[in-house]
Design a protein around this ligand. Structure first.
Ligand SMILES: *Cc1c(COP(=O)(O)O)cnc(C)c1O
Length: 372
């Protein structure tokens, strides 16, 4: 079945008790079991699993092309669970320009968990190979990256990881399963913040891990989710499931709008540099063209005039909302260094844009007046 069809039908089995076409939200925290806790219907207690969550996991595994999926209360919780499942004494190599709070996990929490982290530039495979240690269990990539829109070569990183007996996880939040077939490219695990495009309406938080193979790590992580409790609620599972139904259409339009904005910004005299992998001037354009179907709705750009001018631009927008996060129907813009806080490594003249589904002419007009 084609991806567009799977997005509509995966996990959408008709409820046999009522015939409802939209799936029921099952709010029960506990499920009738046998006298010795036999799971008569497959469920026991909500922290372990629940039927609405199962529907979402079934859908995600089918859509991403993996054997199994696990959903969590947030994207960060999903990633943290993966890292917590590694044996103490493990070494993980992270790409340097990854989602801000995953860098916090690498630098602040992994040492507390008895594991070691190296952050480097994964665009340079020689650097990755040189950093490999006998206990390197995992390469952690993100592509496109947040907020610099760097592109990493998933197939090449998968080979590098596997040659050394390690696994590759890829945070594919910006790409979604529609634009990038992360597991088919060779990654072992795809990570998504469902708070972004999968939910798609800026009204639900969640995270997902999708596994190419259901192996030992899956069981470990399921155990961690159950014991440590970062579960996704039934209502949030339902909202993400609903978001999935329109994902292909939305992402196509997000991508077209972002491309229009990127072209406009690139020729604007007040803009120093545009970071959008759809532009031939982007250093990752060639790899992105190979591993992505379109280039997505996210872009960032650096303005001339430094931090002061960047802040001025965000204070002048009318149609864009000044807010963090991404992947909703409405266009957002933010001064990313301010959002990330004092330890940011983001250039202070950089603005990050989540392109919404509005008419692109209106978006261009708004940025045009803000940059003037
Ligand atoms: C937002 C985001 C996350 C974290 O997801 P939450 O749902 O906010 O925990 C991780 N990675 C990327 C690329 C993101 O944009």
């Amino acid at each position: 079945m084609k991806l567009e069809t799977l997005l509509i039908h995966a996990g959408a089995e008709i409820d046999r008790a009522t015939g409802s076409v939209s799936p029921p939200i099952n709010l029960s925290t506990t499920f009738e079991h046998g006298p010795e806790a036999e799971r008569l219907y497959g469920y026991m207690y909500i922290r372990e699993s629940n039927p609405t969550q199962t529907r979402l996991e079934t859908a995600l595994a089918a859509v991403e092309g993996g054997e199994a999926a696990l959903v969590f209360a947030s994207g960060i919780a999903a990633g943290a669970a993966y890292l917590q499942a590694l044996p103490a004494g493990s070494h993980v190599i992270f790409h340097r320009d990854i989602y801000y709070d995953f860098r916090t996990v690498a630098n602040e929490f992994m040492p507390k968990w008895g594991s070691a982290a190296t952050l480097l530039d994964m665009k340079n495979l020689d650097e990755v190979r040189a950093a490999m240690r006998p206990n390197t269990r995992l390469l952690w990539a993100e592509t496109p990256t947040n907020p610099l829109m760097q592109i990493l070569d998933v197939a090449a990183l998968a080979k590098t990881a596997h040659d050394a007996g390690a696994k590759l996880i890829v945070d594919a939040t910006f790409a979604t399963p529609v634009l990038q077939r992360t597991l088919e490219l060779g990654a072992d695990v795809a990570l998504h913040s469902m708070t972004k495009y999968l939910g798609g309406h800026s009204d639900v938080q969640g995270g997902a891990l999708i596994f190419r193979k259901r192996e030992h790590d899956f069981d470990e992580i399921l155990h961690i989710r159950k014991v440590l409790g970062a579960v996704l609620s039934p209502f949030n599972s339902w909202l993400v499931l609903r978001g999935l139904r329109s994902l292909a259409c939305r992402v196509e339009r997000h991508s077209a709008n972002a491309m229009a904005l990127a072209h406009f910004l690139e020729q604007h005299s007040g803009v120093e540099q545009v970071h959008y992998p759809g532009l031939p001037s982007h250093s990752g354009h060639e790899i992105a063209g190979r591993q992505m179907r379109a280039f997505g709705g996210m872009l960032s750009f650096q303005v001339k005039g430094g931090r002061e001018q960047a802040v001025k631009v965000v204070s002048r927008v009318k149609l864009f909302t000044t807010a963090t996060s991404l992947g909703g129907t409405e266009s957002l813009i933010e001064h990313r260094a301010s959002s990330e806080g004092p330890s940011t490594t983001t250039p202070d003249n950089l603005l990050r844009v989540s392109t919404g589904l509005e008419d692109p002419e209106d978006l261009i007009q708004d940025l045009s007046q803000a940059l003037a």
